[in-house]
Design a protein around this ligand. Sequence first.
Ligand code: GLN
Length: 308
Amino acid sequence: MKQESQTYTEVYEDGAARLSEAGIEEAGLDARLLLEFVCGTDRNTLLAHGDRPVTAEEHERYETLLTARAAHTPLQHLTGEQDFMGLTFLVNKNVLVPRQDTEILVEETLKNLHDGMRILDLCTGSGCILLSLLQYSNECVGVGVDLSAQALAVAKENYERLQRERPEMAALFLEGDLFEALDRRTAVECDETDSMGERYDIIVSNPPYIETEVIGTLLPEVREHEPVMALDGGADGLSFYRRIVQGAGEHLKRGGMLFFEIGCEQAESVCEIMERAGFQEIEVVKDFAGLDRVVYGTWLEQQGGSYV
Ligand code: GLN
């Protein structure tokens, strides 16, 4: 291919056209972001330096990425990162790509998060929720739990990157099935970050909440490339809410709060599950599209028991 002579703008326009033909929704945006990723440029380059040449090597790498994107590989799997809450998180196929909707969950939690609190994040994935909460608070301690060791590897890498800038950040990532990860810890795994059996001020979770049958109807980027275990919420999409609510009372301090991201049609069911377990002051928060996105409530019982 004789592509050496093409300018930055020409290469971008070809790329946008290719993605558009492939039915990629935000073809222009993705074509630009991939070109910037390959060339180490930014948005200004297209605006102000569009006549800049693209080297043969850059062009070749760009073509490879375009081919993958045209086949619906998520953009973030190609660049390896996604911005969330003003921070850059590493991602790969083992974690759900952080969604903008989930920033609502973080923002609502932050409104109730005070310095020095203990936070538990269940189904932590890339760690983006827990690490954002720690980034924007002081002296809090965070524990992130996930069933997937591969996901935790990503979370730990994200933690190390943020910790380089903020050495006082304190998080612990544990592998296991929800609260079971906490309960079966050995003394060795408990360091000064988190001592065994201590209760939390905040439990936060964006659990898998898609109904099993619906997964096949999601965008190919999601259904073919993102981890099914991060999406599948069981037959009615609510199985993780039930299990988390059931165990939350035993792990929350009196006055502690539970925050969930939910699917936009799940508010009523999740509120009911929380109410029946004894949570109070339950609230629903909408996202920027006006859809129900977050449910939270407070645990005012003296002792957590097993409810359901
Ligand atoms: N919001 C995600 C999606 O629509 C699902 C997130 C989840 O299951 N927690 O793909």
